[in-house]
Design a protein around this ligand. Sequence first.
Ligand SMILES: CC(C)(COP(=O)(O)OP(=O)(O)OC[C@H]1O[C@@H](n2cnc3c(N)ncnc32)[C@H](O)[C@@H]1OP(=O)(O)O)[C@@H](O)C(=O)NCCC(=O)NCCS
Length: 138
Amino acid sequence: MLIRKMTLKDHAQVLALWRNTKGIGTGDGDNKKEINSYLKRNPGLSFVAVSDKRIIGAVLCGHDGRRGYLHHLAVALDFRSRGIGTSLVNACLSGLNALGIAKCNIFVYKSNISGRKFWKKSGWGIRTDLLVLQKKVS
Ligand SMILES: CC(C)(COP(=O)(O)OP(=O)(O)OC[C@H]1O[C@@H](n2cnc3c(N)ncnc32)[C@H](O)[C@@H]1OP(=O)(O)O)[C@@H](O)C(=O)NCCC(=O)NCCS
């Protein structure tokens, strides 16, 4: 198993993994064009885990100059509980740290109890004072 930087060539496999993973919500923002834009804007911060040429884990990571953001962390069911999720997150956090980004945020579905347990165990705290709001720009 190898952890390496995500490239656009990984898109089809990564999207298939996300779509097959309970707890990950995919949408317009995950098409090839938008992932290309994301990877270009945040070079070297998103990672995949690969076993025998199969992508068995993936995570998107970026920052806005102040704070980092992780999205769509997923590990294939048959590869879970081997530390792969933790390794993917650590790769992202190392990348953010190297860029001087001091804190990282994630968005987790409230209903994703299993995912929430993973983040809690990994030391992530819930910001109970915040809500996530969104508006269409175009
Ligand atoms: C969350 C996820 C990425 C974890 O990947 P993983 O490779 O199994 O995680 P790790 O093996 O690195 O686990 C790290 C620790 O978290 C714990 N953990 C992992 N998943 C857990 C769960 N569902 N419930 C409780 N603890 C969990 C592990 O026991 C491990 O602790 P340990 O080191 O003391 O044994 C994976 O379960 C997954 O893809 N889930 C579905 C998608 C999802 O919810 N992603 C997060 C969306 S924001």
